[in-house]
Design a protein around this ligand. Structure first.
Ligand code: SF4
Ligand code: SF4
Length: 77
């Protein structure tokens, strides 16, 4: 299976909750996830991660739905 590199620029993804976490909801293979950075706060900021990058099929749907262009999916060189 082809492997893909998934990177997320959290400086561009400034308010994931405001975009309704579109990338996570769009990914057909549930590759992406998020976690709170401060579990003591209900309104904690969140960080996105590629939890299961080996499952990625390179469909680019997450890239397409991300308006600030925070996600890059590429094949290793
Ligand atoms: S779609 Fe883009 S802006 Fe929205 S949570 Fe995902 S990476 Fe962040
Ligand atoms: S490229 Fe497709 S399979 Fe890979 S993380 Fe994005 S939406 Fe999921």
């Amino acid at each position: 299976m082809k492997k893909y590199n998934i990177s997320m620029d959290m400086e561009k993804c400034v308010a994931p909750e405001n975009c309704d976490l579109k990338c996570i909801k769009t990914c057909p293979l549930k590759v992406l996830a998020y976690y709170p950075t401060d579990t003591s706060r209900e309104d904690s900021p969140v960080v996105l991660i590629a939890t299961f990058p080996f499952l990625c099929n390179g469909c680019m749907l997450c890239v397409e739905v991300c308006k600030p262009k925070a996600i890059t999916v590429s094949t290793p060189s």
